[in-house]
Design a binder for this molecule. Sequence first.
Ligand SMILES: [Zn+2]
Length: 316
Amino acid sequence: MVLSTLFVGLLATIPVLAHDHTFCDSVVPPRNVTLPRNGTVGTNGTAFITGSPWRLTKRQTAPAPPAVPIYIHIVAGSQSRQDGYLTDAEVDTQMDIIHNLFQPYGITFQHDPSMRKWVVNASWAGPSRDNFNEMKEALHKGDYRAINLYIRNITVESYGGSCTNPWTHEEVNKTPFPSRLLRDGCVINTATLSGSGHAYMDQGKTAVHEIGHWFGLFHTYEDQGVRDGFNPPNPCWVGNPDDDVLDTPKCKGVAAGQCNKKQNTCPEPAGAEPVYDAVDNYMSESSDACYERFTEGQKQRMYAVYEKYRKGETRG
Ligand SMILES: [Zn+2]
């Protein structure tokens, strides 16, 4: 399995950090972007990373965000269910999953049926994974504190979704308002809804993963040294900040659909207690059946990122 990452589409469109084995296209900012780093020291395994200069920044604390509005756009190829035209009940189910899985972390959402809209557009739905920006700019609602969730019928089975980190368009693209605001939001493939029958994305948890990105989380294997310019990348190196969260162990990645809870791609020194890869983490890109949790460090990071990058940004 090749785990290399590469930048494509640097001109005109959003740079996309693509993982050739994975199903999420979310963009990671370059290293020169200042990001909040946080985490909990002392969790099992952190002894191996406390020597990293990236990990010794002051722990950031922030309150839980107020209920986050979610606008849902159902983007279908036609008015048939086969082309992604969902029922209200299906949207309710997806919202229940989002509510239920974030609730243990003190994150709540505000949504009522007036905040969902059905859109039929044969170019936004279909085989293309692109043209997010045109779609988003046409449909976006609310300000930077609101999530826009596009349930888009993309007929690429391996595709799960993508989402913008709060700083993506400002720092990576230098995109001014209003485009920076209008392009904010998460896309999930209709095929990831609960009961879809997808081999590894069939419990509606792709939305949870993508909303994790909206709150500033990276994949648990993120970076792999590439963002720090290591050549060749060494994701296991003690100084690699990977996802900037202390209590998610360093990892080379998880094969889509896999759930080996004893996977350990960055083994500890001989004789030390093994710290297994966080394959059950929502940000691991393993599978819906495997996803079970965010860590305390991720929760704190979501709070801190919301406070710093979303709460105060009220333009639009
Ligand atoms: Zn992702």
